[in-house]
Design a protein around this ligand. Structure first.
Ligand code: CUA
Length: 340
């Protein structure tokens, strides 16, 4: 079989075209943009960026104007450009003064970035894996309250202390609307503060090349009102509730037979203890995306991802289940959708 034939038979999950459209809209909506700050530290970074941009822009215009003047001036006239005073003022004094001013401003502004307070309202431990994010909510003593993946919920207006680590290579945690970048470095634990001024959904992205699917190592931060957040966290802390339903029973059977539990944890199903090999699925249906921001979480995408995850996200840790019959895939999807 030629590769061309394989390509023509590739499934086209919904969401690819939506992703392309979303990408085109990014610049307009401020989604995943440093220039659309929605939190205090992101605001400081955006301010520095603009001052540097206008400062550098002003100097560029000035230098280019002088260059054009030199280029088009009448030949034979020496003009003011050759005066020693201008060379000293424009070549030494001006660069020293302007660059020093920008440097002092930059260093001072960076000093106003807030570090993690010890009394942060929410504490989250993020572990990078190729290519997904393991996310643990911790209590004050550092014990895990709830585990999820690729989606972080936070209460708007409150400090969220994020600790980042990695299980494999270097990744980088970046939610441009809320904060700067922080690297996940093997053997080290790094810290960053995120805070959203208002409720909203903010896309984050791994910002350090980490292999073939680096681009599909995204995540979302969903900022909600504190009441919504508390209700969500209570839900996430509870084990999965599996309703008494014939389709769900079929799905759960398939989940067991296909050994999904070898990698995926579902709290409430005793044998499903993935030990962090794959994303925790206890409340999978409460998430908006599949495959770390790759596809929208809906039934058809879910069935496609289970059957053809190696075509959709090549080299990810989950094998294809293309051999499964349609009804089995359907039951599996219905079962996963019940994990709210
Ligand atoms: Cu993880 Cu790039």
């Amino acid at each position: 079989m030629t590769s061309k034939k394989q390509t023509s038979r590739m499934p086209r999950p919904h969401g690819y075209s939506a992703s392309v459209a979303a990408l085109a809209l990014c610049a307009c909506t401020g989604q995943q943009s440093t220039l659309a700050p929605r939190g205090p530290n992101a605001q400081v970074i955006a301010d520095i960026s603009w001052v540097m941009f206008w400062g550098a822009g002003f100097i560029l215009v000035l230098v280019m104007s002088l260059a054009l003047y030199a280029f088009f001036r009448k030949s034979g006239t020496s003009g003011f450009l050759s005066s020693n005073k201008l060379i000293i003022a424009g070549g030494i004094v001006f660069p020293v003064v302007s660059l020093t001013a920008l440097l002092v401003y930059g260093v001072f502004s960076m000093g106003t970035l807030r570090a993690q307070p010890s009394d942060a309202a929410v504490r989250i431990d993020v572990v990078g894996n190729r290519w997904w994010w393991d996310i643990r909510y911790l209590d004050k003593t550092g014990k895990p309250l709830a585990v999820t993946a690729n989606e972080i919920r936070i209460p708007a207006g409150q400090d969220v202390a994020v600790t980042v680590r990695t299980n494999d290579v270097i990744h980088s945690f970046w939610v441009p609307n809320l904060a700067g970048k922080i690297d996940l470095i093997p053997g080290r634990t790094n810290h960053i503060l995120i805070k959203a001024d208002r409720p909203g959904i903010f896309r984050g992205q791994c910002a350090e090349f980490c292999g073939a699917q680096h681009a599909r190592m995204a995540f979302h931060v969903i900022a909600e009102t504190p009441q919504q957040y508390d209700a969500w966290l209570r839900g996430q802390m509870a084990p999965a509730r599996i309703a008494d339903d014939i389709e769900l029973a079929r799905g759960l059977d398939a989940f067991r037979q296909q050994d999904c539990a070898a990698c995926h944890t579902v709290r409430g199903i005793s044998e499903a203890r993935g030990q962090g090999r794959g994303p925790d699925l206890t409340h999978f249906a409460s998430r908006k995306f599949i495959g770390a921001g790759t596809l929208e979480n809906n039934r058809s995408n879910l069935m496609q991802f289970i059957a053809h995850s190696q075509r959709i996200k090549p080299a990810n840790g989950m094998p294809d289940y293309a051999h499964l019959e349609e009804p089995t895939l359907h039951s599996l999807a219905v079962f996963l959708e019940s994990l709210r």
